[in-house]
Design a protein around this ligand. Structure first.
Ligand code: ZN
Length: 291
């Protein structure tokens, strides 16, 4: 077995391809635009072809079928990206590369990276939430990544709309779900400028932190995780962290008094792998597939 692992972070706009080792170190990396399977997949296969990888891990945008005993395992499901709907991405890669393939959602891949080499190392119960173009979360429960009937869709949980927030929400399915209220595009549409240009508008981040804290507080009550890791483009606004920590404790309302909640700075933390958690997590997906 080769000591090299292939990693693919399959996103809606780009496919990040990398080769890594068993320490999660990325040795080589490239990025290929996501257009159509017919155009994009041969470019991915060609890049990995001569890399000598022993297995490939794929963290993929969803929804996807991650159940190995399912007939449609490895396919992309009802995505709005029409060219990719029902595409068998695992089958295509297996045919081209003839190596074992690990497959999970992009957020579960990121969680796995953080659980193996980052901010959730050594924990059995943790939640990784990404807040960017969309919102998603990976859940580590009892030392295992939670899949359930499909996989969790934390970005589409319902939240209470803040009194005074008249924005109708960005989600085509639910309007004002978590993603509809708090994703990067929702911030941009509500306030009329891209999120990155609103850094000094305190009211933007007060509202945003309130929605994120609602989700975190609900997830605390449901899952009782030992730590939350928040990543994605919106979380580059570092002023969010103290606001989220304070509002989360406000929503918990003194009902829980654990050691973890007593130290909010280490309970709600940024991703430790610095935006590489997705691709590094895909290396771990490959390592697990090679076993
Ligand atoms: Zn939704």
């Amino acid at each position: 077995m080769s000591g090299l692992y292939g990693a693919l972070e399959a996103g809606g706009t780009k496919m990040v391809c990398a080769v890594g080792d068993e320490n999660g170190t990325i040795l080589e990396q490239t990025s290929i635009p996501t257009t159509t399977p017919a155009e994009t997949m041969p470019l991915i296969a060609a890049w990995f072809e001569d890399k000598g990888i022993g297995a490939l891990g794929v963290g993929c945008f969803g929804p996807i079928d991650v159940h190995r005993d399912s007939q449609s395992f490895g396919t992309i499901l009802e995505t709005p990206k029409l060219a990719w709907r029902h595409f068998d991405i695992v089958g295509s890669l297996r045919d081209a590369l003839r190596v074992p393939i690990g497959f999970d959602t992009d957020v579960n891949g990121s969680l796995l990276g953080e659980a193996t080499w980052g901010a959730a190392k050594g924990l059995t119960d943790a939640v990784y939430i990404t807040i960017g173009t969309g919102i998603g979360a990976g859940i580590l429960a009892g030392g295992r990544i939670l899949h359930g009937m499909l996989h969790p869709e934390v970005g589409h949980m319902r939240l209470q709309v803040h009194p005074g927030d008249t924005y109708a929400g960005k989600c085509p399915y639910h309007g004002t779900c978590f993603e509809g209220l708090a994703s990067g595009p929702a911030i941009g549409e509500r306030w009329g400028s891209p999120a990155a240009e609103l850094a000094d508008r305190d009211e933007v981040w007060e509202l945003e932190a309130g929605y994120i804290a609602q989700a975190v507080a609900s997830l605390i009550m449901v899952l009782s995780p030992q730590r939350f890791i928040l990543g994605g483009g919106v979380m580059h606004q570092e002023q969010l962290f103290p606001k989220i920590r304070k509002k989360t404790l406000d929503y918990v309302g003194g009902y829980l008094n654990t050691r973890e909640l007593g130290d909010p700075d280490s309970y709600i933390v940024p991703a430790a792998l610095k935006d590489d958690q997705g691709i590094i997590g895909a290396v771990k997906l490959a390592m697990d597939a090679a076993l």
